[in-house]
Design a binder for this molecule. Sequence first.
Ligand SMILES: Nc1[nH]c(=O)nc2c1ncn2[C@H]1C[C@H](O)[C@@H](COP(=O)(O)OP(=O)(O)OP(=O)(O)O)O1
Length: 163
Amino acid sequence: MLRHPQVSPVVLCFLFRETPDGGQEVLLGLKKTGFGVGRIVTLGGHVEPGETAAQAAVREVFEESGVSVAEEDLEPAGSIEFMFPARPDWDMSTVVYRTWNWSGEPAPSTEITPAWYSVDAVPYAQMWEDSAYWLPKVIAGDYFAAAVTLAPDNECVGSVVFS
Ligand SMILES: Nc1[nH]c(=O)nc2c1ncn2[C@H]1C[C@H](O)[C@@H](COP(=O)(O)OP(=O)(O)OP(=O)(O)O)O1
């Protein structure tokens, strides 16, 4: 009998800050290794066995940027199912968090070079194409559930459905 492969649980965590002129910035980063290499991505990664999604977010943010976030400061922002019909083993089930409360100074890690971007100038052209569909909701403070199906090239958007 065919068995469905396990969908990987992952987390994405968006850190925000206010600039002196009252603007808002979001922390993203250039991915230097592994999945999504060469793209500007969100801090985050796989939930390890025995971890909660929130624990994984705290750990991934620290490992990738050196920034500390307390679990209680993580605001649930929603969920995204990333589906790669041409590579079902890449499918990921994502919990999304945002926070304005964190401490430390973002610093490069082996995996990511973090950088702040104005929420009015998110570098969508250098990100996963689907980001342009759902990231505005994270910035707007919405709670959302998205199902993202990638095109056969595993890069372009096939469809994005919000429920
Ligand atoms: N279509 C997509 N759009 C997007 O914006 N992010 C995506 C995406 N598909 C996957 N991701 C994100 C979710 C997750 O944070 C990340 C993959 O996890 P990782 O960065 O942890 O993978 P790696 O293989 O580099 O590292 P490890 O898990 O640490 O071994 O890619």
